[in-house]
Design a protein around this ligand. Structure first.
Ligand code: CU
Length: 366
């Protein structure tokens, strides 16, 4: 399989930026924390603190032998307005025959996701995890003639299974290796009608489908450092897709680099700041039922149906809080909220830009 990294310059810039972000977090975390009195805590207590920290940052974590965790998350992502490269473009630029020459432009997209998590640790070294998403997407469009229409898709997404291996662990530092798999339970044949389809349901473009349709490997590594009141860390993760799906394409591979610092304020509240870098590549192959590449003499229909207009990269800044009860009936429950904005985004477009994202999650460790 080919990994397409685009121009060397943007790759170098990205590596440089990511290295800086990681260096900043790994240096400032311990520096900020060095004045802290190191309390006499057990490994289990430290793991509890770590859970508080990573549950805000949405980072995969491990549990102690015999422990179960169930969780529900709600994720909302809002995309409004078109972008090409780092520049905003108007929907009339997208449909203008003298410019991008599409017959239809996306206007905005809302993605809502409910995610069910289940975790179990058969040993202190290994934690197993399953995640099942339920997704609802809607995309508003405008035609060259100025008419609006919205397409919708809703249903189960791709089931993710992972094994997390606690590779290194002291009372203040941890390294966790992650081996994940995404299975194609999400639909890739979602349909809806539009003004050009004459009332018939037609297959929706790639970003509106609910799953990848392929088996995807999700390797990752997480580093976590902590004292009793500060936590910091980094997380790298790839999505490597294999083969082609039943509709003849493979979504682009992607990778993520995240780093965060979090602070425990009281024994039931912590807060975090996180930088999240994501890059994703173009689609290989093509779904012949999406008419993106079949243009002939006519103007192409909509940019979302073009396999070579899907890549992008983005740096998000996110702030989070987590509430938990150290003892009593709600012990083991955690409620966290994290919201963020992109501070840099480059889109191989024209495609929709991302405006903000929000995650609310509840977990219960037994
Ligand atoms: Cu967990």
């Amino acid at each position: 399989m080919e990994l397409r990294f685009g121009p060397l310059r943007s790759l170098l810039r990205c590596v440089l930026l990511s290295t800086l972000v990681f260096a900043l977090v790994l240096l400032t975390g311990p520096a900020v924390a060095q004045d802290e009195e190191f309390a006499d805590l057990s490994l289990e207590d430290m793991l509890e603190l770590e859970l508080d920290a990573v549950s805000i940052a949405g980072i995969h974590h491990t549990h102690d032998a015999g422990e179960w965790m169930v969780g529900f998350s709600y994720v909302n992502m809002a995309m409004n307005g078109m972008r090409n490269g780092t520049n905003r473009v108007s929907t009339s630029d997208v449909t203008d025959p003298a410019q991008f020459n599409f017959r239809v432009s996306p206007v905005k997209m809302d993605m809502h996701m409910l995610m069910f998590h289940l975790m179990y640790a058969p040993s202190d070294k290994i934690t197993l995890m399953g995640m099942m998403p339920y997704v609802r997407k809607s995309m508003k469009h405008v035609t060259r003639m100025g008419a609006n229409f919205t397409t919708r898709a809703e249903g189960a997404g791709d089931l993710k299974l992972a094994a997390l291996y606690s590779a290194y662990r002291t009372e203040s530092q941890r390294v966790i290796a992650e081996f994940g798999l995404s299975l194609p339970s999400g639909s890739i044949v979602e349909k809806d009608n539009n003004p050009m389809s004459g009332g018939a349901d037609v297959r929706l473009p790639y970003p509106m489908q609910l799953g990848s349709g392929t088996v995807d490997f999700l390797p990752g590594v997480t580093y976590i450092g902590q004292t009793t009141s500060w936590q910091w860390g980094g997380h790298v993760k790839g999505t490597v897709r294999v083969g082609k799906n039943a509709n003849g394409y493979r979504l682009g591979n992607r990778y993520k680099l995240t780093s965060w610092v979090s602070r425990t304020f009281t024994n039931m509240l912590s807060g975090s700041v996180r930088l999240d870098w994501n890059q994703w590549f173009n689609i290989q192959g093509r779904d012949p039922r999406q008419d993106g590449a079949v243009m002939g003499a006519m103007a192409p229909v909509v940019p979302t149906a073009f396999t070579n207009l899907q890549a992008g990269k983005r740096l998000d800044l996110l702030v989070g809080v987590t509430l938990y009860e150290p003892a009593g009936v709600l012990n083991g429950h955690r409620l966290s909220l994290e919201a963020g904005l992109p501070i840099y985004q480059y889109i191989d477009g024209p495609q929709l830009e991302t405006d903000w994202m929000l995650t609310v999650s509840w977990t219960w460790t037994i």
